[in-house]
Design a protein around this ligand. Structure first.
Ligand SMILES: Nc1nc2c(ncn2[C@@H]2O[C@H](COP(=O)(O)OP(=O)(O)OP(=O)(O)O)[C@@H](O)[C@H]2O)c(=O)[nH]1
Length: 367
C-alpha cells in the first residue's frame, strides 16, 4: 500500500534510486504487525508497501488495519519463486510514480527465501537502475525461534529460519514479552552464532521507530557474497521444504464462536508442534464484526474488527469464513470436516436485521 503521509517534495523526483526494505521472518514472527505499526505511526514518510502472503486462502487483507492507502497484495505464490514476475511489474509501475513516495517496504511470506528476492534488485536491468536494497530486515519471534533454528530439514532443503537470520542486515527481536531475560540472552547468542554482524533491536508488537528500520543503507552485497558466493547465480538451488504445506478453507455460513474457540484450542493443543501458523477471518452468528483468529503454534488469539483491525462486514458483502493452516502433515479433509461442525444454523446477522427494520420503517422513521 502507498502510505501518503507528507506533501510532495520536488527534490524527491531527482534521479535517486528508490530504497527498498525487504521484511522477512518466519511464519507468525510479526511482519504484518510491523506493517500495521508503520501505517499507524505519524512518521511523515510516504511508503509503498507490497505484501506477499503464503497459503491457499489469503487472510492478510483482513489483518492489516483499515487504511485509505493503496495496497499491493500478491497472494498467488511466493515472490522468491512463482510470482517474481508480478513483483517486477509492480516495481516498474511504482518507479513511474517515484515522486509520490520515499521508500518501498516488501513484506515477504513466512517461508520466502530472501536471496532470490534480493537478486531481483541486483540482476534485473529494469529494476537495478531504479531501486536499491536498503536493508534486509528480519523479524524474529523470540519465543519460537529456537525450535525453528534447530529443525532438521530434508536433504537439499535449507532451514528457512537459519537463512533468514543469516541474510539479515538488521533483526527485530520481537515478542520479548513472551520470554524471560535468560531466554532472551540465549536467543541472542543463537542469532549471533549465525550472523555476527547484524544489529539486533528488541521489540514488542513490532513497535520500533521508523528511523530504526528505514533509510539505513545497511544492505552489504560484499558481506552476502562472503557468506554465499553463489548468491548472484540465478540458477542456484532454491527448494522449498515440500513437507510444509498449507490447507485453506472457504466456507459460507456463520460460526458458533464458543464451538470454534473449543475446536481451535483443542486442535492447536494437540497439533501445535506441526501447525506452525493458523489464521482466519470468521463470520460469527449474530455479529456484524469481522472476527479474526491468529495462531502461532499453540498460541492463539481471537479478536474482531471492533478491536481496530480490519473492517466490520459491510452490507452486501458475502460473509465467507476464510481459514488458513500452514504446517506439516496437515489433513485437509479432517480440518475441513471439523471446522464445518463449528457452523451454526443461527444465521441471522444484525446487518440483515437492521436492513429489514429500515425497509419496514416508514420514511423518516429511521433513527
Ligand atoms: N505476545 C506477542 N504477540 C505478538 C507480538 N507481535 C505480534 N504478535 C502476534 O503474533 C501473531 C502473528 O503476527 P503477524 O504480524 O501476523 O505475523 P507474520 O509474521 O505477519 O505472520 P505470517 O503472515 O504467517 O508470515 C499475531 O497474533 C500477533 O498479534 C508480540 O510482540 N508479542
Amino acid at each position: 500500500m502507498t502510505a501518503c503521509m507528507a506533501p510532495d517534495q520536488p527534490e524527491r523526483a531527482a534521479a535517486k534510486k528508490i530504497p527498498v526494505t525487504v521484511v522477512t521472518g518466519f511464519l507468525g514472527a510479526g511482519k504484518t504487525t510491523l506493517v500495521n505499526h508503520i501505517l499507524k505511526e505519524n512518521h511523515g514518510m510516504k511508503i509503498a508497501i507490497i505484501e506477499n502472503e503464503f497459503g491457499e486462502v489469503g487472510v492478510d487483507d483482513a489483518l492489516v488495519i483499515d487504511t485509505e492507502e493503496e495496497i499491493f497484495e500478491m497472494n498467488n505464490g511466493c515472490i522468491c519463486c512463482t510470482v517474481r514476475g508480478d513483483l517486477i511489474r509492480i516495481l516498474i509501475k511504482l518507479a513511474a510514480r517515484r515522486n509520490q513516495f520515499d521508500a518501498i517496504l516488501i513484506e515477504t511470506t513466512g517461508l520466502c527465501d530472501p536471496a532470490p528476492v534480493a537478486q531481483t534488485f541486483m540482476l534485473d536491468p529494469d529494476i537495478k537502475n531504479r531501486f536499491t536494497i536498503d536493508c534486509i530486515l528480519t523479524v524474529v519471534d523470540a519465543y519460537h525461534i529456537e525450535q525453528h533454528l534447530k529443525e532438521k530439514k530434508p536433504d537439499g532443503v535449507e532451514n528457512e529460519a537459519v537463512e533468514r537470520v543469516a541474510f539479515a542486515d538488521k533483526i527485530l527481536l520481537n515478542k520479548v514479552d513472551l520470554v524471560t531475560s535468560e531466554e532472551k540472552v540465549h536467543v541472542k547468542n543463537s542469532i549471533r552464532a549465525i550472523n555476527k554482524f547484524c544489529d539486533i533491536v528488541e521489540c514488542q508488537n513490532s513497535r520500533v521507530p521508523l528511523k530504526e528500520i528505514m533509510n539505513l543503507k545497511a544492505f552489504d552485497l560484499a558481506r552476502v557474497m562472503d557468506m554465499d558466493p553463489d548468491f548472484l547465480k540465478v540458477d542456484a538451488e532454491h527448494m522449498h521444504d515440500l513437507s510444509v504445506s498449507s490447507v485453506g478453507i472457504r466456507e459460507e455460513g456463520n460460526v458458533h464462536v464458543k464451538k470454534l474457540e473449543k475446536w481451535l484450542s483443542n486442535l492447536l493443543n494437540e497439533r501445535g508442534q506441526d501447525i506452525f501458523r493458523s489464521k482466519g477471518v470468521l463470520s460469527v452468528a449474530g455479529s456484524d464484526e469481522k472476527y479474526v483468529f491468529q495462531g502461532v503454534h499453540m498460541l492463539m488469539r481471537i479478536t474482531s474488527s471492533d478491536d481496530g483491525v480490519g473492517k466490520a462486514w459491510q452490507p452486501g458483502e458475502k460473509r465467507v469464513n476464510r481459514l488458513c493452516f500452514i504446517g506439516r502433515n496437515l489433513d485437509r479433509e479432517e480440518l475441513t470436516k471439523s471446522f464445518a461442525k463449528c457452523l451454526t444454523k443461527e444465521a441471522t446477522s444484525t446487518i440483515k436485521t437492521r436492513k429489514r427494520a429500515r425497509t419496514e420503517a416508514a420514511p423518516g422513521d429511521e433513527d
